[in-house]
Design a protein around this ligand. Structure first.
Ligand code: BMA
Length: 320
């Protein structure tokens, strides 16, 4: 498909984009987007948000040998909303996968009868699931766990929405001794207001990635325009020992909707990643994202270039 290529961009679109669409499913579905990503049994696994023709979503699995081509939709694995749970009344969406030992901790949005909330389920094989339950009540979404604890406490990045929506929606950090009781909540990355590309809403993309410089964060920033919202991506870096310390935040967005499949679809002008995988060379990063709430795509970046970019484009905390 026609798509812009500019070698100066940090993220390069894979030429085979979109890699998965509704046409790849054996039964009729409306759209497939916003995938979580991990590796299992030597294959790349995407946990896809599948929006059915009811309008409600569930999570399906696709796997590939190389993470780029040859995707196979799995007829068995995946997670369906539990019909008797009010917390999943209108489906489940946008999973972020954190691998801890042999277990995959999947933080996802439960679309409850009272608004979107943050839920956690654990699995070893994406067939059998243990629901841990709701971590944060509505309205809250865009959440992921760190793969390590900090002084014995779990850490979760999430995005509550204040009832006064004109105050913007900001990225928060909370801690828990046991994955059930959450507190010590604080704002981590605020939306920047005014003319900024991330003025109105921000939310975490994939789970934090540990690098030599600290935890790398990729987040989406929303700017509301006369024509609707534009979802673009930016980068930030958190302290390795204390993730509440923001070491750097890029001023410029680093990836935005420019290809036709990102600019048109059910929701135009959206790139929305929920997973990334650092490949065995320690530098190649595959970013998996939903485009226009319609299809699944991948973009490729060099981790060292992302970190250098943050060194060259830091933002002082006072300016955010
Ligand atoms: C966000 C989430 C995403 C969606 C995006 C654009 O609020 O609900 O699932 O991709 O909006 O519609």
């Amino acid at each position: 498909m026609d798509q812009p290529t500019d070698v100066r961009e940090l993220f390069q679109r894979f030429e085979g984009n979109p890699i998965i669409s509704s046409a790849d499913f054996p039964h009729m579905v409306n759209a497939v987007f916003n995938p979580g990503a991990t590796e299992i049994d030597g294959r790349t696994l995407l946990l896809l948000r599948v929006e059915h023709r009811t309008g409600l979503s569930s999570l399906a699995v696709a796997t590939s040998e190389n993470g780029l081509t040859g995707w196979e939709i799995d007829p068995i694995r995946g997670l369906k909303p539990q019909p008797d749970l009010l917390e999943e009344h209108w489906g489940i969406e946008d999973p972020r996968i954190t691998r801890i030992g042999d277990e995959y901790y999947v933080v996802y949005v439960g679309y409850s009868a009272f608004g979107p909330l943050v839920s956690l389920a654990k699995t070893r094989d994406f067939v059998d699931w243990q629901r841990v339950g709701t971590l944060h009540p509505p309205e809250d979404k865009d959440a992921a766990l760190f793969p390590t604890t900090f002084d014995g406490r779990w850490a979760l990045i999430h995005r509550p929405v204040p009832s006064a929506t004109e105050l913007g929606a900001h990225i928060w950090l909370s801690f828990s001794p046991d994955l059930h009781y959450w507190g010590e909540s604080r704002v981590l990355l605020p939306a920047r207001r005014g003319g900024w590309w991330d003025a109105n809403k921000v939310g975490l993309g994939p789970p934090p990635l540990l690098t030599k410089d600290g935890w790398l964060i990729c987040y989406h920033g929303v700017r509301t325009t006369a024509a609707g919202s534009i979802y673009r991506l930016g980068l930030a870096l958190l302290d390795r020992e204390d993730p509440s310390k923001v070491l750097a935040r890029g001023n410029e967005w680093v990836f935005g909707p420019q290809a036709p499949y990102e600019q048109s679809g059910d929701v135009p002008d959206v790139v929305f990643p929920c997973g990334w995988i650092l490949r065995d060379d320690g530098d190649t990063l595959h970013l998996y994202y939903g485009a226009a709430d319609s299809v699944v795509c991948v973009a490729v970046a060099s981790l060292s270039k992302l970190l250098s970019h943050l060194e060259e484009h830091p933002s002082r905390r006072e300016s955010f």
